[in-house]
Design a protein around this ligand. Structure first.
Ligand SMILES: Nc1ncnc2c1ncn2[C@@H]1O[C@H](COP(=O)(O)OP(=O)(O)OP(=O)(O)O)[C@@H](O)[C@H]1O
Ligand SMILES: [Mg+2]
Length: 467
């Protein structure tokens, strides 16, 4: 999951949105804080200014605070007080009377001209307040005669900011969830062609190189990639076909000259006048030719298996007779290595197949058993009929195949290091051809082996079913 691009893209989108939202949240929070504080400051200063402007020097009174007026009534209920220069209270509204907060006279004395001072304080009720302190200028004596302090509760400001904070904290996971869901859906949608391509690639093998990838939108990047890949497939298909053709042609062309040479040499060998060393050389040449013709025949079968279309000429074959005749061929090979053969053929049972190819199937397996068993080993063949199938098991006491090598032995040209040491002539084609021929015959092959205690190869073939 963590390695999936879809997951990583979704996570990336979510992280970007989270960072943007954090920056936006901080901006909104501190922006609102700033706007609310400045508005409050302005309102405080406006009222303090109005009171200061209403000062009548001749009467030493404030028009704003004239008893009986509407402004006086408002000021009485708000937080307003006027402090004389010596610190005594000239006027204190009801809230200030109830909460005689100390006046910061030292700081107030530092105020000159038109300057003013803001401060925060807490009332006895633990409520927070903000106030402005403004000097009162008397033009008659040309100096400040005291200060006006106007205050207001900041509770509503704090309540608003706390609500905003809660809203932002609640919105973050909801937004993340939404963005995550939408991103995943979008990425999934965008990656759909890629999934289709992957599925198709999985199904393409060397036998289906004519298949092509689906192109959902030829104009987008994935469509372009699919087109390029299809191009590559076409080129591969062509070169693969050429190789197949070459393999098929070469193996076909080689068959006749090898057969001619072999016949000639065999005729020559029949000449009793030949000196013994020449006879020995001719016999060894014939052996080489036999091996060569086997290789050519393997290559020809390989070419057919690569083409993927192979019409088999099948006929009912009596497996008992077939295996008895095969024993004759194998015996010579086994005797050369002093192996003991234990041949238990089944009672008359018919399978359907091409006798030449059936022979190749069993011969390849038996040849391996003989080759990969050190001299004087035991090789057994057992055959039994099971329901609709015939099972043939070939067991040897040879070098065995390690667990990790078992699936590989059906690959073309695969040979284990131990096998190479024991037999230099093999090409690693026998079992891959056997497997392919068995597939054509609807048969199966399994290997049970535990190196170094021998190998059992189990072949099954369907019984012949007359129409
Ligand atoms: N009976 C066996 N005992 C031990 N190893 C085996 C046996 N049969 C097959 N193998 C292993 O499987 C490999 C593939 O076998 P396969 O018959 O395909 O090729 P080969 O015998 O090496 O060459 P070729 O059959 O083409 O002459 C062998 O090289 C060997 O490593
Ligand atoms: Mg072999």
């Amino acid at each position: 999951m963590r390695n999936s691009i879809k997951f990583r893209l979704t996570l990336f989108n979510m992280s970007i949105v989270l960072i943007v939202f954090l920056v936006f949240g901080l901006f909104v929070y501190y922006g609102t804080h700033y706007i609310l504080s400045t508005t409050l400051n302005k309102q405080l200063l406006l009222m303090a200014d109005a009171i200061e402007d209403s000062y009548i020097p001749e009467k030493n009174r404030f028009g704003y605070l004239e008893p009986g007026t509407e402004s006086f009534h408002a000021a009485q209920n708000a937080w307003v007080r006027i402090i004389r220069k010596d610190g005594s209270v000239y006027f204190a509204s009801i809230p200030f009377q109830k909460n005689p907060i100390p006046f910061p006279i030292k700081k107030a004395r530092q105020l000159t001209g038109k300057t003013h001072l803001y401060r925060n304080f807490q009332a006895a009720s633990q409520q927070s307040y903000r106030s402005v302190i403004l000097p009162i200028y008397n033009p008659a004596v040309k100096q400040d005669i005291g200060w006006i302090e106007v205050a207001r509760s900041t509770e509503h400001l704090h309540t608003m900011l706390t609500s905003l904070k809660k809203l932002l904290i609640f919105a973050a996971p909801v937004l993340l969830f939404l963005v995550g869901g939408i991103s995943y859906w979008m990425v999934q949608h965008a990656f759909r062609p890629l999934m289709l391509m992957r599925k198709q690639i999985d199904s393409i093998s060397h036998q289906q190189l004519e298949q092509r990838l689906p192109v959902v939108n030829p104009k987008d990047e994935l469509g372009q990639l699919a087109l390029r890949f299809n191009d590559l497939l076409s080129r591969l298909e062509q070169s693969f076909k050429k190789q197949q053709q070459l393999l098929s042609d070469v193996s076909h062309e080689l068959k006749t000259p090898i057969a001619v040479l072999r016949t000639r040499l065999e005729q020559e060998l029949n000449n009793p006048d030949l000196p013994a060393p020449v006879q020995a050389r001719i016999a060894s040449d014939i052996e080489e030719l036999v091996r060569m013709s086997q290789l050519v025949s393997d290559l020809s079968l390989l070419a057919h298996s690569m083409e993927g279309v192979f019409q088999e000429q099948k006929q009912p074959v009596n497996l008992k007779l077939f295996l008895v005749s095969l024993e004759e061929d194998v015996k010579t090979l086994a005797l050369m290595k002093h192996h003991h053969l234990n041949w238990q053929v089944c009672s008359d049972v018919l399978v359907e197949g091409n006798p030449e190819h059936l022979r190749r199937i069993f011969y390849n397996v038996l040849e391996n058993a003989i080759k990969y068993t050190p001299e004087g080993g035991h090789i057994s063949l057992q055959c039994r009929a099971e329901n609709k199938r015939v099972v043939v098991e070939i067991t040897d006491t040879g070098i065995g195949i390690s667990e990790k090598d078992v699936p590989k032995v059906f690959e073309r040209f695969y040979r284990s290091d131990q096998a190479r040491q024991m037999d230099a002539t093999g090409r690693g084609l026998g079992l891959s051809i056997t497997k392919w021929l068995l597939e054509i015959h609807n048969g199966t092959i399994d290997i049970a082996s535990s190196s170094p205690s021998g190998t059992t190869v189990r072949i099954t073939l369907p019984k012949y079913q007359p129409m």
